[in-house]
Write a protein that binds this ligand. Sequence first.
Ligand SMILES: *Cc1c(COP(=O)(O)O)cnc(C)c1O
Length: 501
Amino acid sequence: MTPNSQILEQKKIDNLNLFDASSKTEYQNSIHKTTEYVLGFLDNSKFYSGATVSELRDKKRIISVSSDETLTLDEALKDIKELYLDHAISFHNTSYVAHLNCPILIPALVGDLIATAVNTAVETWDQSTSATLIEQEIINWISGEFQLPHTSDGVFTNGGTQSNFMALLMARDHYAYQNFGINIKENGLNEIVSKFRFFCSEKAHFSIQKNAALLGMGYQSVIKVKADSDYKMDPEALLLAIEREKQLGNIPIAVVATTGTTDFGSFDPVEIISKIAKDYKMWLHVDGAYGGCYILTDTHKHLLEGAKFADSITVDFHKTLFQPVCSSAFLVADKSNFKYVSHYADYLNPIETKDDEYQNLIVKSVQTTRRFDALKLWFTLKITGKKKLAEYLEMVHYKAIEAHSILGNDAAFETIHKPQLSTVVFRYKAQGIADDKIHDTVNLYIKNTLFKSGEASVASTKLNGNIYLKFTLLNPKITTEDIQHIVSLMKQKGDEYQKSN
Ligand SMILES: *Cc1c(COP(=O)(O)O)cnc(C)c1O
């Protein structure tokens, strides 16, 4: 015996939890047991238990992973119920109307179950085979819905933030290469890049600024353009802003049009903006993280018509297509632009294989190892189908209009916009009080006490420096009574604050 084989002999491991042909029964039993706990989560009656931060922090024994003792599956499941499943936020609960978290579809869960078990990494053909074809098909499908040209292509990302990152990066590198012959990928940032300017509406998502900073260009590279009274980018203001930056010696390189702003659901006028972008030879990115999926609807399709002129598009399926996180896509009108992110690694996709018939999706992604997120959507499109998805989306839009009218007909509330998508921004207005600071305090009180009680979750945002409340309606099952109930809870809390102060 060699010394090494002696070690191996002593170290024999039994009862390994690896997933393979020898552990089918263990897998099946484990999933079966786990499913019971997941179903238990669905039985939580409130969207949140209302546990305080310290109550959860106090579960130290369960949180800790430092012990050498191991648990049985049953013990671990019991623990995770106590620590997490009993206190997790239920996005499917109709009293959850806070953020852009949608309820999810069973076909999507089935897709995720398979994707996780098979564990395909969509990088190179030799890791992903037909998964490559499925992702590509979904990309082609959504690009077709947007009527992007035949030169278009796209890739799945982990969310709108990453998709927007890719858009800004491509816009910058393309502009630098096209106009100055500067190869940023090879040589890094050049002096002139500090003069590059991105334009977006003042209501655009924060990830535009954050990504500009991550790209080494700073917040200063993002020019926020005034929005009109409907919270859409004002094209006149865009023109003025572009001209102003040029006069300052800066270089306008890209415009981001948001189709569905996070707070107001407003759609920037993409078609008009696309003409301006074209005139100034700027890149046009359409951020459809929230509203992009409405391309499937009859109610909003026309608002996304101009997206076919975009150089790139962000669309989030985990926001508005009832998909579990993550599920998002980045689309680009001219696929040759993927060269700005592609890299050829000797051990994965050597340059010699560049033009092989095998597709290596890694050349389009900023990630390396990447989940097979497209499978969830494949199941959804096959089983639920595009038509029903569109109906759900239209439904939540109508629910938002209904919520707006319930709030608008109630003297205790002030509404400030007509819902264009599925959000409603409003505030509670205590009678006879003029000071906005007091209104801010009352509205935060309403939001925080409702959350703590686990009765309803509403979001808050700021408008002109003041606090407003927000409903984000993404559950097609929410009823008029559900909305009325949340409204009456908010009123109760508002009155309660007034009485005690
Ligand atoms: C949510 C959102 C994003 C960010 O998307 P994530 O998937 O959360 O990264 C970007 N843009 C808009 C308009 C959004 O609403």
